[in-house]
Ligand binder design. Structure first.
Ligand code: SR1
Length: 352
């Protein structure tokens, strides 16, 4: 069957290839045998300012960032706003007042974050963002390749469903990665009208899984013809799976994003509706963000945009390789857990 990827995908992959080539060329001059001394002779403090922190993705991301900070000998102060954007701005202001050397801003609204990012930069503080874009060229942005992620999982759903499905879509606008994934799902729908979006729901909160479960039950009751759910965030997918199981709806398949031990265990369970996910290793992304901040503090060149490509992981693959944990997955797919982005030789020597 004709797939969307056959023609648009080649363009996307060519662009990705160009970017990754650029990124490795760009990092080449920063290789060094031992770590350059920290400016001022003192180990620096980096603030990690987070909009969201509850759930598997955020827990794994933090663990990666903390491990990298420890390996590089930097102090990492973490703040969590629990979805409160005003609190996130206040956390940024606290970090600025403490004269940290760098701030990593994780998620957040451009509208509220832009002015305070500007403030940090004007105080000489380096800024790295994740899942948050900034118009200021002094900022380094680390992202998962969310367009590729959206395309891969939508394409997997389209192929599994043979181009025809009544799709329930779990989506909340205003989160940059979800908005990017959404643009690819919209593109798929335009080209494959057999893929019909019949209902949309979703909540991002400190209890996303339970909220989405309740919404999924209501949506499936209101639209009994739904036979596929696109839920491109693992808390959404977990909630959708729970809702389907609660109603004993065996004919509905779930297509998700992200991965964790809990996600893997849900996917491989006999009769699980979650058939595919598209993900990076969140710990690897967290490590990359800390490397970017450390390199900027050291006055080393870092490209302004670093993107980590996701991998499509199916239920079939996990079962065939007897994978039930993240540790096992990382053994089966070693490069998945270590993309090596921004990793200099001295970082490697330190275990970072
Ligand atoms: C509410 S945004 C959730 C997403 O942030 C990260 O990009 C993860 O991939 C997750 O899906």
């Amino acid at each position: 069957m004709r797939t969307f990827r056959t023609w648009v995908g080649s363009l996307a992959f060519a662009a990705t290839l160009a970017l990754s080539t650029l990124s490795s060329m760009a990092t080449a001059p920063i290789q060094a045998a031992s770590r350059p001394p920290w400016p001022g002779g003192k180990a620096p403090t980096i603030a990690l300012v987070r909009q969201l922190c509850v759930g598997d993705f955020f827990t794994q991301w933090l663990a990666g960032a903390q491990a990298e900070a420890k390996a590089l000998g930097v102090k990492l102060n973490t703040y969590c706003a629990n979805g409160n954007n005003a609190q996130m701005v206040a956390d940024m202001q606290t970090a600025i007042s403490l004269h940290v050397k760098a701030i990593i801003a994780d998620h957040g609204l451009a509208q509220t974050m832009d002015p305070v990012i500007e403030q940090a930069l004007n105080h000489g503080i380096h800024v790295v963002t994740f899942d948050l874009s900034s118009p200021d060229p002094r900022v380094v942005t680390i992202d998962q390749n969310d367009l590729m992620l959206g395309l891969e999982i939508s394409d997997a759903m389209m192929n599994t469903m043979n181009g025809h499905a009544n799709v329930g879509y779990v989506y909340v606008a205003g989160f940059l990665p979800l908005d990017k994934r959404n643009s690819e799902w919209k593109a798929i729908q335009q080209f494959f009208p057999g893929m019909k979006q019949v209902a949309t729901w979703g909540t991002v909160s400190t209890s996303t899984i339970a909220d989405v479960q309740n919404e999924t039950v209501a949506a499936l009751q209101a639209h009994p013809n739904i036979n596929a759910i696109l839920a491109p965030y693992d808390a959404f997918a977990q909630g959708a799976v729970n809702g389907i199981l609660q109603l004993h709806r065996k004919n509905v398949k779930v297509f998700g994003a992200d991965i964790s031990t809990a996600d893997i265990q849900t996917m491989v369970k006999p009769g699980s509706p979650w058939v595919a996910t598209c993900a990076t290793d969140p710990a690897d992304v967290g490590r990359t963000a800390v490397r970017a901040a450390a390199l900027r503090i050291l006055g080393q060149y870092v490209p302004t945009y670093v993107e980590i490509d996701p991998t499509l992981i199916t239920q079939q693959f996990l079962r065939a390789h007897h994978v039930t944990t993240m540790a096992q997955l990382l053994r089966v797919l070693p490069s998945f857990g270590n993309t090596g982005q921004l990793q200099t030789s001295w970082m490697k020597a330190l275990g970072g």
